[in-house]
Design a protein. Structure first.
Length: 319
């Protein structure tokens, strides 16, 4: 993991993420940056303050954790911080976003420290499956094929959108309109799979480029390297609405979403990892009951993607 950066978020704490000043101060979240990181932690024993809300520790859930995690006291999470509003480096050089704060809340609720490590999206599921991390949280889709080798806690829905240059010069309305154009998707992602499938149906050749991470895709459209990029719809809309920097301006085709399904927390499938999956599902359910979940989705402007019930391996619902 050549770009791995680790960051500690302690359990049961008022959280203060302090990142090393390796980036220009004041840059927009839309630039989807990454950075090395430290974390300053103020420890407590009963509750944390996350995203302005108090999250209580549940000793009963802690007791249900696999013994190795309970004794170690740490939950490790892999992420690619290039997908606002879910995970990104904000203008204060802090790791931020809905999934970052949700992971911190899960850790607090379970009485665990949380270590975040950043790597490219394509490597996250591989690393989690290999046991290098307990969880992957990075706008990850739950699919039936993926469930054969991994577990997923399904906590929200999402879809895939189409990003183009502002003004939509190629008059793109659907994915079929991408035939004959140059397009890109993130390597290992559902959007890339959608593009490759559509390319096989096109009469006019579609040039499909896989890119290492999300930020490369937006840059490719801005620079004119590709005509369109497909990405998580919520991220595409967020970046279109908060963009800054050089290059062409962007827009997301409104209301057009493909492959709508669950966005999930990815975990391994061993006995211990399956035990952890069940505890994480109970934790997110508890956070939903207390109102933390709903307030978090309200804060990040994605209430349309909330679900009524937190499930495990339920991809068949959207198959």
């Amino acid at each position: 993991m050549s770009i791995r950066r680790s960051l500690l978020v302690a359990s049961c704490f008022a959280i203060c993420l302090v990142l090393m000043p390796t980036l220009a101060v004041g840059a927009s979240p839309a630039s989807t940056r990454t950075a090395s990181a430290h974390v300053k932690v103020e420890a407590s024993t009963t509750a944390c303050v996350i995203a302005g809300q108090t999250v209580k520790t549940d000793s009963a859930l802690n007791a249900q954790l696999p013994s190795s995690i309970r004794s170690g006291g740490t939950l490790t999470v892999a992420t690619d911080p290039s997908s606002p509003p879910y995970e990104f480096i904000n203008s204060s050089d802090q790791l931020d976003g809905l999934e970052v704060q949700l992971a911190a809340a899960i850790g607090c609720n379970l009485g665990l420290q949380v270590w975040f490590s950043t790597l490219t999206f394509e490597g996250i599921l591989i690393a989690v499956r290999a046991g290098h991390f307990n969880m992957g949280m990075s706008s990850i889709s739950d699919t039936v094929p993926r469930e054969k080798v991994m577990n997923f806690v399904d906590y929200q829905t999402e879809g895939t959108g189409i990003v183009v240059v502002k003004g939509n010069p190629y008059h793109i309305k659907t994915i079929a309109d991408l035939c004959g154009l140059k397009v890109a998707g993130t390597a290992g992602s559902i959007p890339l799979q959608l593009l490759e499938k559509q390319a096989s149906l096109c009469k006019k050749k579609m040039s499909v480029t896989p890119l290492p991470n999300t930020s490369d895709g937006y840059l490719a459209v801005r620079s004119g390297r590709v005509n369109a990029f497909m990405d998580t719809y919520g991220t595409a809309m967020y970046i279109s609405e908060h963009q800054s920097g050089s290059g062409l301006q962007l827009e997301t085709i409104p209301g057009v979403r493909y492959a709508v399904g669950y966005q999930s927390i990815a975990l391994g499938k061993s006995a211990a990892e399956t035990q952890l999956t069940k505890v994480v599902q109970k934790s997110v359910t508890a956070l939903k009951k207390t109102g933390f979940y709903g307030a978090l989705f309200q804060k990040w402007g994605v209430t349309v993607d909330e679900v009524k019930t937190i499930t495990i391996n339920d991809a068949i619902k959207y198959n």
